[in-house]
Write a protein that binds this ligand. Structure first.
Ligand code: BES
Ligand code: MN
Ligand code: ZN
Length: 489
């Protein structure tokens, strides 16, 4: 999608030629805009309610071919509302064959934040998950977006925000494309190839750790998960170097390309959903693509631990004991608790490679979905100062997350019998005991864990986003890297 910004005086808006001009509107009719708009309000057919839409063809006194009025409600516009409204407008228009659109936000065009929300919102609505339908219409896409801002607005910050937002939207899109692929078309090997190709195009360093190398590194926990599958596991290590010295942020992602549960096999109902179990890894790669484009002054190391969790003659069994790279022994009570096992070695390896801060994203537990539903991701943090910076970054993105606790008492639930640590902590507090397991592998490195089991996939179509992969938490990861760069250590 081509994105551009134009600064125009109000009268010039009327002369702007485009296939469709989107105007975000409140419940009261604007004083400008001519009869087409005022008559629509007067008719009572349009009340400016949130996400309400009215399409006017050949509007009088406008050069645009169509006007799409989108309601925003009467509350002051926040970034999330702008983001959703822009996404909904894009979805509405592209379904009607429109390729190029302009957007006006009357009264609220100034801020860089609104610009970011508009561009990432249109990007979000522009995504189609139906890539394997033979009758899909790939030409139904918004290919050109123009933001129309008042000429009095300071140009520089908005233009910069628009360039950055395009990079963020591209990263989110890449993450969604990866997560959208089914298990047979997104194996660990294919994911590794996609990561390497992205890294090459973006100018990032990329190393793929294969089974042989993982054995040399003694990644016993990581390797155990993939051993039941004919698809070999791959650990991807990507590096972005943006500074001499300073902090190195480690971004770690769970990349289970399909989670059958292994020998502790999952029930058949909804097992297909487990093709999304590499969404944390996908977000990690999407964030790295954007970070390479945005060039924040910080070093970032990304690791995606990819494996397929399958039953089979060589699969690990409940009761097995695995030795993690750190030397800790893990008693495998349930082979379906595999995400924490691949992450254990990825977190440890990242520390060995010198990261100063760690954040991981993982579709880790059904228990997190029980606790927070599909609205908020779970956040766990070992370090207050790091959490505060994370939260400042997250707030700018509009991605919803809620902090859960990490008290020491939870560790009692995962104390081993014959080994050091159990891979499951029983029924209660399942999201927390999973986090407690990860914590055993991060040492004293400030660490944040995001359990995205409920937020990585959208179960039903929304006006602003089709059902399917959401791309979350790509944006939060990007914003955290920028936050850490802005203020140093
Ligand atoms: N990938 C799943 C988590 C998951 C479950 C995500 C349902 C979305 C919906 C994870 O690998 C898993 O199977 N977790 C188990 C852990 C249990 C065996 C301790 C779970 O949540 O049931
Ligand atoms: Mn599982
Ligand atoms: Zn899983």
């Amino acid at each position: 999608m081509q994105t551009q910004v134009q600064f125009l005086a109000d009268e010039a808006l009327l002369k702007f030629e485009t296939e469709a001009l989107v105007i975000l509107l409140p419940p009261t009719a604007p004083r400008w805009g001519g009869e087409s708009i005022s008559e629509l309000y007067a008719s009572g057919e349009f009340a400016g309610k949130p996400l309400e839409m009215a399409l006017i063809h050949r509007p009088r006194s406008w050069a645009a071919r169509r006007l799409l009025l989108v309601g925003c409600g009467d509350k002051p516009l926040d970034a999330l509302t702008v983001w959703r409204t822009a996404g909904a407008a894009a979805r509405y228009l592209k379904g009607r064959g429109v390729h190029s659109m302009g957007i006006i936000v009357p009264g609220h065009p100034e801020s860089a934040a609104a610009t970011t929300a508009l561009i990432t919102g249109v990007g979000s609505g522009n995504f189609d998950p139906d890539i394997y339908k033979s009758d899909r219409k790939p030409e139904q896409q918004i290919t050109s977006l123009t933001l129309l801002l008042n000429s009095a607005v300071e140009h520089g910050p908005v233009e910069q925000a628009a360039r950055e937002a395009a990079a963020i939207a591209a990263g989110q899109r890449f993450a969604r494309e990866l997560a959208n692929e089914p298990g047979n078309r997104m194996t660990p090997t294919i994911m590794g190839q996609r990561a390497a190709a992205m890294a090459k195009a973006a100018g990032l360093e990329c190393e793929l750790i294969d089974v042989k190398r993982a054995q040399e590194l003694k990644m016993g926990s990581f390797l155990a998960v993939g051993q039941g599958s004919v698809e070999p596991p791959v650990m991807m290590v990507l590096r972005y170097r943006g500074a001499e010295g300073g902090p190195t942020l480690g971004i770690i992602g769970k990349g289970i390309t399909f989670d059958s549960g292994g020998i502790s096999i999952k029930p058949a109902a909804n097992m297909d959903q487990m093709k999304f179990d590499m969404s944390g890894g996908a977000a990690t790669l999407g964030a790295m693509q954007a970070i390479a484009a945005l060039k924040p002054k910080i070093n970032v190391l990304a690791i995606v631990a990819a494996a397929e969790n399958m039953p089979g003659g060589r699969a690990q069994k409940p009761g097995d004991v695995q030795t993690a790279m750190s030397g800790k022994t893990i008693e495998v009570l349930n082979t379906d608790a595999e995400g924490r096992m691949v992450l254990a070695d990825a977190l440890h390896y990242a520390r060995q490679l010198g990261v100063t801060h760690l954040i991981d994203s993982a579709t880790l537990t059904g228990a997190c979905v029980v606790a927070l539903g599909n609205v908020n991701a779970g956040v766990f943090a070992s370090d207050e100062a790091f959490y505060q910076r994370f939260e400042a970054a997250r707030r700018r993105t509009g991605e919803k997350m809620w902090r859960l606790p990490l008290d020491g008492e939870y560790n009692d639930q995962i104390k081993g019998t014959v080994g050091d640590i159990l891979n499951t902590g029983g029924r209660w507090g399942g999201a927390i005991t999973a986090a407690a397991f990860l914590e055993a592998f991060v040492g004293d490195t400030p660490w944040i864990h995001l359990d995205i089991a409920g937020t990585a996939w959208l179960e039903e179509n929304k006006p602003w986003m089709p059902k399917g992969p959401t791309g979350s938490p790509t944006y939060t990861l990007i914003e955290l890297a920028r936050e850490m760069a802005a203020k140093g250590k």
